[in-house]
Design a protein. Structure first.
Length: 690
């Protein structure tokens, strides 16, 4: 028998890699489906053992179950393959993977429903919930979470309602996947192909070089611009070709509303109704009521209070910002010039240059990616004492990906950190953090350390320049790195309470907190050196960065608030939602709008956060967390932005605790009090510091 015939599925054997990391180089496409099906089978067997146990249900034989019968290499196979497959679907997908995802989606949803609707299993969980003995705080939190997961998924429903809920969740699972696949296809299908060099007028060399490289990769002459942020954003800010800006803008903002197979309008309408009906089956008036029971905001009224407070504080300033922009455009183009959405970034850049003599391209030479990596890692070292060492023996899923070992201050191994920086075909746009292995402590006391990954879409290196980032990209790196620190510094017993497994309106706080460092002189001094001369970024340039950091800040705030209003408008529906998506969208966010709206564009159909992600009825979380991060950073500003005592408290009270306690309790323990909006208003220049 040859080796090909006896090959073992790598998911089903010990990995035998550094730190038990995923052996990406061994995984073949056919391994996924086999591992999924075997994982489901093992899950079913484990559940059968629990429900058929004749002993009285306890925390340890029902809630925190560790199967020792399969030896030291036993693991949760379904979780193991799911984490890899999910990452590949976002970072390295293809048509075969997408077809498999569609095939597996109803199977996995059905399996999840089989677990959650298992009467015998729920009876044991309920018995432990009602009759448990003494538990510590983390055990009680896990028990409450497990019990509530059953209840919130329909365990107390009658059989007919359970069957209906099963139908709804299975349909929603299929539609969210289809939504994401449609958006990816629409995004990748468009390119703006330029062959006349005159049409590149105004663009910086970095944008032209990247476009030339993109065209070469496609085997075409000239320059190719895409809807990926590193290509789209510079074109909108710098191109003098208004007709081409319009073409690119309209391509971006009409994704998934065309009369083709990638149209998401009906999918969005159906998802809103599916979630409303799910919530109402479970006894809630709306899907937002269902979601907010487990959020810091608590209820719909508190969400709207936050959004309304922000409108009251920022809208007047935002209107002034827009008028200033219109004035600048008319000054340049004439009094009859009408500002359109594809003009906003272009004239904003002109006004920013006039006021502060600064733009993104002026900063790029000082933000060489390799140096930014050193700076971000160095920041973690100064705050928490942790260090990073690249390890080329750790397998990765694409040559662009870098893998690092992370060590704690005492030299002990802390985590594996993966970083995937550049856009490519088969990779979703945007940036995110994920993990391949969550931190937890076994019953024998072994602390299983996490494997976390950050995925981004930064400006790529060219044939004659290294990867040079904008300040916005540096902020994105810091944001996702903040999420990864939440994972890497986790120190809890149970994986489901570890790291970023916290309430959604708290999960963004550690990430947004890190963004504060992007404009701090002491931090920039550690890595911002000109990539050619080695000269440090001048103080005068840093001063201009800081002076300009609140440029159009109120407009940006209103934009985020508008997204929060749109989200809440969908998920506070009490009756069947039958309105046309596009006009509904325009009405939903109207009170936060400070510019005229177009009726031929649509955000909803590409709003992955609330349609296919975890932010349905929760998009307000970004602004909620911004209040928290500004308040938290004010402590560092008071004590020193690298103050180790403050950082130690932040690590011990927030980053290491995960979801083991109510997040407001954790935050108040660090801060000494609950937060308020004042620090955010001061940071944004809306309110003067007393």
């Amino acid at each position: 028998m040859n080796k090909a015939e006896i090959r073992t599925n790598p998911f089903m054997e010990p990995y035998e890699t550094p730190h038990n990391t995923i052996p990406f180089q061994k995984i073949k496409f056919e391994d996924y489906e086999d591992a999924f099906m075997e994982g489901i089978k093992r899950d079913d067997e484990q559940i059968e053992k629990i429900v058929n146990c004749h002993d009285e249900p306890t925390f340890y034989n029902t809630i925190s179950v560790e199967d020792k019968t399969k030896g030291p290499h036993y693991y949760d196979l379904l979780d193991r393959v799911s984490t890899v497959f999910s990452c590949m679907m976002s970072a390295e997908t293809n048509e075969k993977m997408e077809a498999l995802a569609q095939k597996l989606s109803p199977i996995l949803t059905q399996h999840g429903n089989d677990v959650i609707f298992n009467k015998q299993l729920f009876e044991r969980v309920k018995y432990v919930h009602d009759h448990h003995g003494e538990l510590n705080e983390e055990e009680q939190t896990l028990l409450d979470k497990e019990y509530d997961a059953f209840v919130r998924s329909g365990a107390l429903l009658n059989d007919a309602d359970k069957d209906r809920l099963r139908e709804l969740t299975e349909e929603a699972g299929v539609l969210t996947l289809q939504f994401s696949q449609n958006l990816l296809k629409e995004n990748k299908a468009f390119t703006l192909h330029i062959t006349d060099e005159k049409q590149l007028d105004g663009l910086p060399e970095t944008a032209k070089d990247a476009a030339a490289m993109a065209a070469k990769e496609r085997g075409i002459e000239g320059w190719s611009f895409t809807l990926d942020y590193p290509s789209f954003a510079p074109f909108m800010s710098y191109s003098t070709q208004r007709n081409l800006r319009e073409q690119l803008y309209m391509a971006k903002n009409t994704e998934c509303i065309h009369d083709n197979s990638e149209n998401n309008l009906q999918i969005c309408q159906r998802l809103v109704n599916l979630r409303r009906e799910m919530a109402q089956l479970l006894g809630y008036d709306t899907y937002a009521d269902y979601v907010l029971k487990h959020r810091m905001a608590g209820d719909i009224a508190h969400v709207y209070k936050l959004l309304d407070d922000l409108i009251d504080a920022y809208k007047a300033t935002a209107e002034v910002e827009v008028k200033d922009l219109e004035k600048k455009a008319k000054q340049m183009e004439g009094e009859d010039f009408k500002l359109e959405p594809w003009d906003f970034s272009f004239y904003a850049h002109k006004l920013q240059m006039e006021r502060f003599n600064i733009d993104a391209e002026m900063l790029r030479p000082y933000f060489q990616l390799d140096k930014v990596i050193e700076g971000v890692f160095g920041l973690a070292t100064r705050l928490y004492g942790i260090t990073f060492k690249e390890n080329n023996d750790i397998p990765v899923y694409h040559p662009d990906v870098k893998a690092f070992e992370v060590f704690d201050e005492d030299g002990s191994f802390l985590a594996v950190f993966y970083a995937d920086f550049f856009p490519r075909d088969g990779k979703q746009g945007g940036a995110w953090m994920t993990q391949f292995q969550g931190q937890h402590i076994t019953r024998e006391g072994e602390n299983i350390r996490p494997h976390v990954s950050v995925v981004m879409n930064f400006t790529k290196p060219t044939s004659d320049k290294p990867a040079l980032l904008t300040l916005s990209e540096v902020e994105t790196f810091l944001h996702e790195f903040g999420h990864s620190l939440h994972g890497m510094l986790a120190n809890t017993r149970f994986e489901s309470l570890s790291g970023t497994n916290v309430w959604w309106d708290f999960v963004e706080m550690p990430s947004q907190f890190m963004e504060n460092y992007a404009t701090e002189k002491e931090f920039l001094r550690t890595f911002a050196f000109h990539y050619e001369t080695g000269e440090p970024i001048p103080d005068e340039l840093i001063d201009r960065i800081r002076a300009s950091r609140n440029f159009n800040v109120a407009y940006s705030c209103m934009r985020q608030v508008s997204f929060g209003l749109l989200d809440m408008a969908y998920y506070t529906q009490r009756k069947e939602f039958s309105e046309d998506i596009i006009p509904f969208e325009k009405r939903a966010w109207e009170k936060a709008m400070v510019t005229p709206q177009r009726t031929d564009t649509c955000m909803t159909v590409q709003f992955s956060h609330i349609m296919a992600g975890g932010y349905a009825a929760g998009y307000y979380s970004y602004k909620w967390a911004e209040v928290l991060d500004a308040d938290a950073f004010s402590v560092f500003k008071q004590n020193g932005i690298f103050d180790r005592t403050t950082a130690k408290s932040f690590r011990e009270n927030i980053l290491s605790k995960g979801g083991t306690e109510n997040p407001m309790v954790l935050y108040a323990r660090f801060r000494g009090q609950e937060p308020n909006i004042d620090a955010l208003l001061v940071r944004n220049g809306i309110k003067k510091n007393d």
